[in-house]
Design a protein around this ligand. Structure first.
Ligand SMILES: C[S@@+](CC[C@H](N)C(=O)[O-])C[C@H]1O[C@@H](n2cnc3c(N)ncnc32)[C@H](O)[C@@H]1O
Length: 222
């Protein structure tokens, strides 16, 4: 009797500590990430929920201009969106897989592919929590999505001789879109440092007076 009355405040205290620790761990780790991913997905799904192709239906010039340099085979389009680049590659004979967090975007990519009588494979993934299979792709493209920790994963996911094609905004873009988050803008020459050991086949930094971006085409050693 004595024992149970003397230990119950201690037990209660320990239970409170255990519950508080659980709440702390769950708040600061998994759910916060899941919450951010859900928010990202809803934002992009909403943006793509229109018949119009928000980013257009034509592949970027940098993709069109260099398609003949790309090694034929399996291409991965990272953050494919509505599919303008991936579908173009599919029409050129590549076997294309596209990944994106937005199912709405990927639905439009599938529709665009069907219009061109092309086939693509799509997967809804959160790139913040996705491991690209290593040594798998002949070509990886990633345009207008900057997540810096993906670059080593892209390098590893390419087969020897495979090529990475990247294009996204640079810091100069801030003069046209002052509210654009600086963390998502490339520093001068930054793309040139992202694929150590690769051969840089093409690189450009462009300022059109309305937008500013950098593009790279780099090849993994054979
Ligand atoms: C500016 S759009 C670019 C789309 C496409 N690459 C293009 O150039 O047309 C950025 C894309 O990143 C995707 N995205 C954003 N956060 C993501 C995440 N955590 N995982 C996967 N895709 C994500 C969005 O759904 C969107 O399609």
């Amino acid at each position: 009797m004595n024992r149970s009355t003397s230990s119950s405040p201690y037990l209660f205290f320990m239970q409170v500590i255990a519950i508080a620790s659980l709440l702390f761990v769950s708040f600061f780790f998994s759910p916060s990430h899941a919450w951010a991913a859900d928010k990202d997905k809803s934002r992009w799904d909403k943006k793509y929920s229109t018949e119009k192709y928000v980013f257009g239906r034509e592949a970027l010039s940098f993709v069109q201009d260099h398609v003949d340099l790309l090694p034929k085979g399996h291409a991965l389009d990272i953050a494919m969106g509505e599919g303008r680049n991936g579908v173009f590659l599919a029409t050129k004979g590549f076997q294309v897989t596209g990944v994106d967090i937005s199912s709405e975007g990927l639905k439009k990519a599938e529709a665009l592919a069907a219009e061109h009588s092309a086939t693509i494979t799509t997967m809804v993934v959160d790139l913040e929590a996705y491991d690209i299979p290593p040594n798998t792709y002949d070509v990886i493209i990633c345009t207008y999505y900057l997540q810096r920790d993906l670059f080593p994963k892209i390098a590893a996911a390419l087969k020897p001789g495979g090529m990475a094609l990247i294009e996204t905004y640079t810091r100069d873009h801030n003069q046209y879109r002052p509210r654009f988050n600086k963390a998502w803008l490339l520093k001068p020459n930054e793309l040139l440092t992202m694929f150590p050991g690769f051969r840089v086949l093409r690189y450009q930094e462009v300022d059109t007076g309305e937008t500013a971006f950098a593009s790279i085409l780099a090849q993994k050693p054979r």
